[in-house]
Design a protein around this ligand. Structure first.
Ligand code: HMG
Ligand code: MG
Length: 311
């Protein structure tokens, strides 16, 4: 089970407020101790396009790294990879989409153009021993083209694997997928790409992020992207709201009996670091009453933590 915390990248890229670099560093450091496996720290994209993440190099330089956490970044091209290498990333995420129109709006090229651009990026990263994730945006719906056929999404996912990515993150960019649409896509995808190379990335526009996560879990998916406080969204996908909240994903998976070694109270503490900077309509607020142990007020995901007292 891997929880990939995308809030420092997907969350902060979509905020109108500029969060100071020092606060981002404190936020990532707080997330590092929460038990999440991977943190997408920032993006080495054009700072003109996404000014909120223009300090990516400085954030990487200043964070305190924990051995058990993978620190990754989004890269769109060779220049982004150069910057990511210089920052000492553990992993990179490249990105394309199942929708031609969204791709053009997001990265100024077609699907084919993006794969051509990304192929040498993936090759160089792998040669350097850096694992690569490939995001497949608009896997279900597109803000411009509407419903995306599952076959079209599967075809692009296979092309991502074809250029060498280790893992594909199936992304519901505008948060519109239903559980049956998730099931339809996974029915077609799993015979082609094994579950252990698939992540899911749900935005929560219509409140279906958690149920879509659980549907994917029932299909054997074990890599889940999420964002504390449910912040997130793509500036180039009108109508998209935040990612599904990490605390909600962890609680839901634990409720299903999954072992998720993530401490919700520590997630909440990290989330509160952003309180002073973000608009106050974040989708998910820390739930102070949530399943915390009555004795130590600490929640690890499986009842109580250190003192063994059930919540
Ligand atoms: P372009 O304009 O086609 O590229 O942009 P270009 O090569 O012609 O470069 C234009 C300018 O950008 C030049 O600067 C380059 O130096 C600069 P200028 O001469 O104008 O001053 N540039 C860069 N600067 C820094 N780092 C770089 C870089 N590359 C070029 N790596 C490009 C193409 C992809 C670069 C651009 O469109 C871009 O950066 N777009 C941002 C896309 C983005 O970040 N989108 C949000 C993330 S994706 C997402 O949220 C979805 C996801 O969460 C999954 C889901 O939910 O679906 C992952
Ligand atoms: Mg996203």
């Amino acid at each position: 089970m891997k929880i990939v915390e995308v809030s420092p990248r997907d969350g902060l890229q979509n905020e109108t407020a500029t969060v100071p670099t020092a606060a981002k560093v404190a936020f990532v450091d707080a997330l590092s101790s929460s038990g999440v496996s991977e943190i997408e720290v920032s993006a080495f994209v054009s700072p003109r396009k996404v000014p909120q993440l223009g300090d990516a190099a400085e954030v990487f330089q200043r964070i305190r790294r924990e051995n058990q956490v993978t620190y990754s970044a989004l890269v769109p091209n060779q220049h982004g990879l150069d910057r990511a290498f210089a920052a000492g990333v553990d992993k990179v995420s490249v990105f394309t989409a199942a929708s031609e129109t969204f791709n053009r709006r997001n990265i100024n090229t077609s699907i084919a153009g993006s794969l051509k651009r990304l192929q040498p990026v993936v090759k160089r990263a792998l040669q350097a021993g850096i694992p690569v994730r490939g995001y497949l945006s608009t896997a279900f719906w597109c803000a411009f083209e509407g419903k995306i056929a599952p076959e079209a999404a599967v075809a692009v996912a296979e092309r991502l694997v074809g250029i060498g990515v280790d893992e594909v993150s199936i992304s519901d960019t505008i948060g519109k997928a239903t559980p049956s649409e998730v099931a339809r896509l996974l029915d077609r995808l799993l015979p082609k790409i094994p579950a252990d190379r698939i992540a899911v990335h749900f935005h929560d526009t219509y409140g279906r992020g958690v149920v879509n996560t659980l549907t994917s879990w029932e299909y054997g998916i074990r890599i889940f992207d999420a964002s504390v406080g449910g912040i997130g969204g793509c500036p180039f996908a009108p109508g998209a709201t935040g990612n599904v909240a990490t605390e909600a994903v962890v609680a839901a998976l634990v409720g299903k009996g999954a072992a998720v070694p993530v401490d919700i109270e520590k997630l909440n503490r990290a989330s509160r670091i952003l309180d002073a900077f973000l608009r106050d309509d974040r989708r998910s607020q820390p739930d102070k009453d949530s399943q915390a142990c009555a004795v130590c007020e600490h929640f690890t995901g499986n009842g109580c933590c250190q003192r063994g007292v059930a919540s």
